[in-house]
Design a protein around this ligand. Structure first.
Ligand code: HDE
Length: 716
């Protein structure tokens, strides 16, 4: 077809070329949609003032309600239609606004506008999610976490729709419906919620060896992060970055949390389902309200095109990661999440991410999982958000201006002026016009990739290795992490009713990861695991690396106590000076000391002061905090020692490997609870000063790992 004579020449974009976002552009863009009722009259959607919002219109006080009551009808009609379909996966989520700022390094790899100027802040909206459960499910279930970022750039929206694990369960998008059907609650009884511990999941994954690597990640403690701020993020697929010279390189995206990585303990995660089902979203919300923002570095692993085939796996295979020791992660920018949404539905629920939303300088590869995703997101959002105009919903609108000839359909908001809704046209001056491709112009140009192939329904032999990176991951775990993985497989399989599925996992999958893993899980199920690997050599594959330290959660522990929450246990008679000292010292280190008392009544301290508790023992149980200080004061400690809740508090903290400090008489609570005094991670002293440094050092390692085996003895 002939080129449009009205193509927009470089200098000719009267509005668009000068457009520049700032950190606040998205918030300013949302402002015109925000509604604040303060000081306003109650009205109908038609603007009529309402005089009585308590009584419907009736024929007589005890008579039938009248059809003509338009106020009642409008209210009920709207209410009846409040729900929209939840996401088929990733239904439960929480989101925050913030900004992204590139480092100098970023511009080397991509011409994308958001990477060019280290002084520039691009607004972002990030949604974290679980995958399996419904909107109302628990935060701390064993599951993958979604980590989806919408960058509102000068050049339009870029969505980096990633997860907190770097690989995926399947290699080809055509298997996604099968996988999701298998992992979701079972179809006959809709059980279990938020869990992979059931027959259909294990049936499917044990018949699909390609899922083994990812399943192993989900059996690790990565599957229940302590906080979204302690979670890594991954783009998973290999993407392409295109630089200003038009040179393309392969790239894997990483989010590295600046607060380090750490997770919950499985028993703790389970208890949180009941104690605080909103644990992760609450922590993020509260922290942002307190000014304790979430921070991540964006990093890229870059592979030159000529090195594409230099690896012992296929870069296009989404069940494989590139070990960081082979290709280092280069930091290219920082993201800060610093503002909570105003309205959950309008923003977090209605946001629509799509990996197909890219800007010039970012492009796709032929990863068959990615290719399928490029279709799926917009498709599912048509249903969920009610038709093709969901890009007009405020949270989804680009901040950059956009004009095209798409028209009409349900709930269209834009009032397109002019007579011509086609292109080329001569009636409306040819507008809107194309923009030439190339970095100096700004039009999107797909990577010039040569494709010359037969049409085949097949999988590349280079995707055949299903186990070597699972083994790499296993080998990279510390002993404690390995024990947790063994316990996870044991637990999950214990929920599988069909014996042949349990056997298949233990005899046909696990040995190919590691014989010891198979033997230990087998032992726990009374099933003898094979003494050698069972898969064919091509499925076992080879890894040029025996282990990759970066794959252990312990590789990036927080190292300090910033953002940590510490319980300070206190009852009447507590040593008030110790409580005050503990609080002040924790706060000075960026942590939060919470006074936890038997009830919400003010605590009468021995020094005559009263202390207002932050929470009570069963309102903020130990699973919701990171460690415990038992303040001294004979009366206080006696009261706590005579309370089941007081004893349970420290026992549970002990079981979950938390650092525990006891000041003065505080040690008596520990001995009443059966907690050994002379043990790593237990700190006794006469004053807060005596214990503070070693106590916080232990907290910096997140948990007292040396206690792991022993902690199982604690009945809490
Ligand atoms: Fe998604 N995924 N996905 N996914 N995904 C969706 O889109 C899909 C995959 C991810 O907070 C859906 O709007 C297919 C990998 C996140 O709103 C749907 C395949 C990764 C979110 C969909 C995958 C993801 C989704 C459901 C295999 C990590 C939540 C609702 C080919 C790189 C985004 C929606 C949010 C959501 C399809 C695999 C991440 C159905 C077909 C791999 C973080 O379109």
């Amino acid at each position: 077809m002939a080129k449009n004579p009205h193509t927009n020449p470089n200098s000719d974009g009267p509005h668009d070329q000068d457009f520049k976002t700032t950190e606040h552009s998205k918030s300013e863009n949302l402002e015109k949609y925000r509604s604040d009722a303060e000081g306003h009259d109650l009205r109908t959607n038609q603007g009529i003032r309402i005089s009585d919002n308590h009584n419907s219109l009736k024929a007589g006080e005890r008579g039938p309600t009248l059809m003509e009551d338009f106020i009642f009808r409008e209210k009920l009609n709207h209410f009846d239609n409040e729900r929209i379909p939840e996401r088929i996966v990733h239904a439960r989520g929480a989101a925050a606004h913030g900004y992204f700022q590139p480092y100098q390094e970023a511009a080397r790899f991509s011409k994308a506008g958001l990477f060019q100027d280290p002084g520039k802040k691009t607004p972002v909206f990030v949604r974290f999610s679980t995958v399996q459960g419904s909107r109302g499910s628990n935060d701390t279930v064993r599951d993958v976490r979604g980590f989806a970022t919408k960058f509102y750039t000068d050049e339009g929206n870029w969505d980096l729709v990633g997860n907190d694990m770097p690989v995926f369960f399947i290699q080809d998008a055509i298997k996604f419906p099968d996988f999701v059907h298998a992992v979701k609650p079972e179809p006959h009884n809709e059980i279990p919620q938020g869990q992979s511990a059931h027959d259909t999941f294990w049936d499917f994954v044990s018949l699909m060896p390609e899922s083994t690597h990812m399943v192993l990640w989900t059996m690790s403690d990565r599957a229940f992060p302590r906080h979204y701020r302690n979670m890594e993020g991954f783009g998973v697929h290999t993407f392409r970055l295109i630089d200003k010279q038009g040179k393309a390189r392969f790239a894997k995206f990483h989010w590295k949390p600046l607060a380090g990585t750490c997770s919950l303990i499985w028993d703790e995660a389970q208890k949180l389902w009941g104690r605080d089902p909103d644990f992760n979203r609450r922590n993020m919300w509260d922290d942002i309200e307190n000014g304790d923002f979430l921070e991540y570095e964006l990093g890229v692993q870059i592979v030159e095109e000529e090195d594409e085939h230099k690896f012992d796996f296929d870069l296009l295979d989404p069940t494989k990661l590139i070990p960081e020791e082979q290709v280092p992660v280069i930091p290219i920018g920082k993201m800060v999440l610093n503002r909570n949404p105003d309205n959950y539905f309008a923003e977090t629920e209605q946001v629509a991410y799509n990996p197909a939303n890219v800007v010039p300088g970012i492009d796709f590869t032929n990863d068959p999982l990615l290719q399928g995703r490029l279709f799926s997101y917009l498709d599912t959002q048509m249903l969920r958000l009610g038709g093709p105009n969901f890009h007009e919903i405020p949270i989804n609108q680009p901040v950059a201006p956009f004009h095209n000839n798409q028209r009409d359909s349900m709930h269209r908001q834009t009032i397109n002026k002019g007579q011509a809704s086609y292109e080329p046209n001569s009636i409306d001056g040819g507008w809107p016009r194309e923009t030439p491709a190339g970095p100096e112009n700004g039009g999107y140009e797909s990577y010039y990739e040569r494709v010359d192939a037969n049409k085949v329904r097949a999988r590349s032999a280079s995707f055949g290795d299903h186990y070597s990176q699972a083994t790499l991951f296993w080998n990279s775990q510390t002993d404690v992490e390995k024990e947790h993985i063994i316990a996870a497989y044991t637990f999950e399989l214990s929920k599988v009713e069909r014996p042949w599925i349990r056997e298949r996992v233990i005899k046909e999958i696990l040995p190919n990861i590691d014989l010891e893993l198979a033997r230990r899980v087998g032992e726990n199920h009374g099933i003898e695991a094979p003494s050698s690997k069972t898969a064919p050599a091509d499925e076992l594959g080879t890894s040029s690396q025996a282990d990759s330290p970066a794959l252990s959660l312990m590789a990036r522990l927080p190292g300090n106590i910033k953002y940590r929450k510490v319980a300070i246990l206190a009852a009447d008679g507590v040593d008030g000076d110790q409580v005050a000292a503990a609080k002040a010292k924790l706060e000075a280190e960026g942590a939060q000391g919470m006074v936890i008392a038997p009830s919400m009544a003010p605590v009468k301290a021995a020094n005559g002061q009263t202390i207002t508790p932050d929470a009570m023992l069963n309102g903020m149980p130990s699973v919701t905090l990171d460690s415990v200080i038992v303040a001294g004061g004979a009366e206080s400690v006696k009261a706590l020692s005579q309370s089941g809740q007081g004893l349970y508090y420290v026992q549970e903290a002990y079981k979950h490997l938390k650092a525990i400090a006891a000041i003065g008489e505080g040690k008596d609570l520990l001995s009443a609870a059966g907690i050994p005094a002379q043990e790593e991670g237990i700190f006794l002293g006469a004053t807060v000063d005596d214990v503070f440094t070693p106590f916080t050092e232990a907290m910096g390692k997140h948990r007292v790992w040396a206690r792991d085996a022993k902690a199982n003895m604690m009945p809490a």
